[in-house]
Design a protein around this ligand. Structure first.
Ligand code: GDP
Ligand code: MG
Length: 440
């Protein structure tokens, strides 16, 4: 995956506080190479890398995130953007039947995708009719009939002697008569793009005026996917695509090319030979697949959403000066909470997922208990924990208000005080107390 290839580059970036013109050149070069090797079209790569560079240089530094993580996130965001941001559903017809025309090279997976889509729609209680217009190979019609029987979806066919345009037209007529919701027209393909095939497809299209023209593209064909997309879009005009064979070791490069070249979204992916193996296409998932670094992306996203940079710096300063009080503590806790569950956040951090689930859950329970106690403190008490340390009656009031015992509040106050002095020592000595940190 792209991410693995970037690893070495990241290592060189490590230790650098900030993304800069000079230190990202190598990383950009790596992205370029990786995309080209994933069979993304050359032009697509060029504009992609330029966009990433622009965004990386303009990026604000986020505390708690290192430059390489941030760079990955920028690459990820651009991948998502190029692939269309969100899932594009199948277009609806103004009035039924909705007509979907399948296009693509032979072997791309058109016939399989026709049945997959029919099953997918049938599960949504939409009735379908599949139309077999591939008259060039007798086996092709039989293939669709077999699939139709398997999923209980009717197939319209007129044998191999009929003209594809007539079959399509009559199939549509039949669907109208029977009140069928969606007609999916399977078509013939050649091994290579050729004029005759295009002309015939264009005729079928004119005859049925489809709501969708879906280009079925084999994700394993790599660089060729770009050429196929360009030809079909120029000659026929596609409205979307189905990317097949994503269960193989395809690197997904075709996904980038299709959208960039045609401007049309990928709507589904094929993930196996079985009729059930069709999924809606989600650009964010595909970007994660290409990068293979979903966890870091999630971490950076959450940090970006929730961390106010100035706030974090203020907090650090307070810690150093031992001015950190219960108000700050509460704020930090809320931040953590906003970032998702404590356990959820901890699991994103490399190494932390090795902590048992029990330990993480316990941490979360403890945080919750702490929060209720702080909530029962007055403003004064939060700002000055000493007040509580000195007054049993205050501690009792907080304990009662939060449903705890006085000893719980005592422990919280003493833990907090100890933690604060520890933080102060750490920030002054640059290490844990008792580990040779020099006091200021
Ligand atoms: P067509 O010539 O475009 O109609 O392609 P077919 O639908 O006949 O599919 C060609 C071959 O690809 C068949 O062996 C299918 O089983 C296989 N195939 C289609 N889609 C997928 C997929 O998503 N994953 C895998 N592994 N195989 C697929
Ligand atoms: Mg076929």
């Amino acid at each position: 995956a792209l991410a693995e290839r970037l690893e070495d580059t990241w290592k060189k970036l490590r230790g650098q506080g900030k993304i800069s013109q000079s230190n990202i050149q190598e990383a950009l070069q790596e992205v370029r190479k990786a995309l080209l090797e994933a069979d993304v079209n050359f032009q697509v790569v060029k504009s992609f890398v330029a966009e990433v560079e622009k965004n990386a240089l303009g990026a604000e530094v986020i505390s708690g995130v290192n430059p390489q993580q941030q760079f990955i996130k920028i690459v990820y965001d651009e991948l998502v953007k190029v692939m269309g941001e969100s899932n594009a559903p199948l277009a609806e017809a103004d009035k039924p039947p909705r007509v979907v025309l399948m296009a693509g090279l032979q072997g791309a997976g058109k016939t399989t995708a026709t049945a997959k889509l029919a099953l997918y729609l049938q599960k949504q209680k939409r009735s379908c009719l599949m139309v077999a217009t591939d008259v060039y190979r007798p086996a092709a019609i039989q293939q669709l009939i077999t699939l139709g029987t398997q999923i209980s979806v009717p197939v319209f066919e007129l044998g191999t002697g009929a003209n594809p345009v007539d079959i399509a037209r009559q199939g549509l007529e039949e669907a109208k008569n029977k009140g069928i919701d969606t007609v999916i027209i399977d078509t013939a393909g050649r091994l290579q793009i050729d004029q005759e095939m295009m002309a015939e497809l264009a005729q079928v299209k004119d005859a049925v005026n489809p709501d969708e023209v879906l280009l079925v593209v084999d994700s394993m064909t790599g660089q060729e996917a770009a050429n196929v997309t360009r030809s079909f879009h120029e000659e026929i005009g596609i409205t979307g695509a189905i990317l097949t064979k994503m269960d193989g070791d395809s690197r997904g490069g075709a996904a980038l090319s299709i959208r960039t070249i045609s401007g049309q979204p990928i709507k589904f992916i094929g993930v196996g030979e079985k009729v059930e193996a069709l999924e809606p296409f989600y650009p964010d998932r595909m970007a994660s697949r290409i990068l293979n670094m979903g966890d870091i992306v999630t971490l950076v996203e959450k940090a970006q959403e929730e961390l106010d940079i100035a706030d974090v710096e203020k907090m650090q300063k307070k810690m150093m000066e031992a001015k950190f009080d219960f108000n700050d503590f509460l704020k930090q806790m809320r931040l953590l909470k906003n970032m998702g569950s404590f356990a959820g956040v901890m699991k994103l951090i490399p190494g932390m997922n090795k902590l048992g689930a029990g330990a993480l859950e316990q941490g979360e329970v403890q945080l919750k208990r702490t929060e209720t106690m702080i909530n029962s403190m007055t403003k004064e008490e939060r700002a000055n924990p000493q007040l509580l340390a000195q007054s049993p009656s205050r501690r009792r009031r907080v304990a009662k208000g939060s449903g705890h015992q006085e000893k719980d509040v005592s422990r919280l106050v003493s833990d907090f005080t100890r933690m604060r002095s520890m933080m102060q020592q750490m920030s002054m000595g640059g290490g844990l107390p008792g580990m040779g940190g020099m006091p200021g």
